[in-house]
Design a protein around this ligand. Structure first.
Ligand code: ADP
Ligand code: ADP
Length: 226
């Protein structure tokens, strides 16, 4: 777990678009922070900068107490979950869950332990030998989350992970995400344009507009106004 701090962070794309403009945001250790706002407001860019997938053009990004502006993604100890799952189609669920750990040369018994734990937490035990093509959308999304969980990272970053699921599955997955967060307590930054997700998942919600932070507050204070 780690605190994530954006200190006056800017992103100007090479074409000149200022996607993120002097963003100041402190995400506490173990906090679930949701980024919301209209399409094009800079949510994904913000998340990708935290992940190290996009260069920061101004300001400082801290993970824990360290400035990580120039650190590559693999050295940031954070795991990202995408909306399109990004599973390996030729591998089973078990192999998908284990793959990242093998690359990191984690010992085999430890890999097996983590894969079992993640599968149990996500209700995937009976699907471990299946390939992604033989899974439902909800199951695939849980495998994608499982791959993040087994790494035991300091933070999770999620970019609209539920947007490809139907309404019923979204309700289930929101409940699963809440359980997971309660259980693991990992610092999470979650991008969505869905107000219900923001309300039900966020400890706090940051509202962006035109690359700027408009408001950051608890869901209750933001959405429960009379
Ligand atoms: P959101 O996730 O809130 O929809 P984005 O972070 O994707 O917003 O985009 C913020 C702004 O940056 C938009 O104006 C978008 O067109 C622009 N943008 C995003 N990615 C790129 C890119 N690779 N090159 C140039 N402009 C981009
Ligand atoms: P489908 O809708 O095609 O049956 P799902 O992906 O929704 O497939 O779910 C498969 C099974 O896993 C369902 O029985 C569902 O209730 C269950 N399930 C959903 N979320 C969890 C979870 N976090 N932990 C354990 N089981 C779950």
């Amino acid at each position: 777990m780690a605190k994530i701090v954006l200190d006056g962070v800017d992103k100007v794309y090479s074409g000149g678009v200022k996607a993120v403009d002097n963003l100041n945001l402190e995400i506490n250790d173990g906090e679930f922070m949701v980024l919301v706002g209209p399409s094009g407001c800079g949510k994904s860019t913000g998340l990708r900068m935290i992940a190290g997938l996009e260069e920061i053009t101004g300001g400082d990004l801290y993970i824990g107490d360290e400035v990580v502006n120039d650190r590559p993604p693999k050295d940031r100890d954070i795991a990202m979950v995408f909306q399109n799952y990004a599973l390996y189609p030729h591998m089973t669920v078990e192999q998908n869950l284990a793959f990242g750990l093998k690359l990191r040369k984690i010992p085999k018994p430890e890999i097996q332990k983590r894969v079992q734990e993640a599968a149990s937490m996500l209700g995937l035990e009976s699907y471990l030998k299946r390939r992604p093509a033989a899974l439902s959308g909800g199951q695939r999304q849980r495998v994608a989350m499982g791959r993040a969980i087994v790494r035991e990272p300091q933070a999770f970053l999620m970019d609209e992970p539920l947007s490809n699921l139907d309404a019923k599955l979204r309700v289930q997955m929101r409940a699963s995400l809440n359980q997971l967060h309660e259980r693991l307590g990992v610092t999470t930054v979650y991008v969505t344009h869905d107000q219900t997700e923001a309300m039900t998942l966020g400890d706090r919600v940051a509202v962006l507009r035109d690359g700027r932070l408009q408001q950051v507050d608890t869901p209750k204070n933001l959405f429960d106004r009379p």
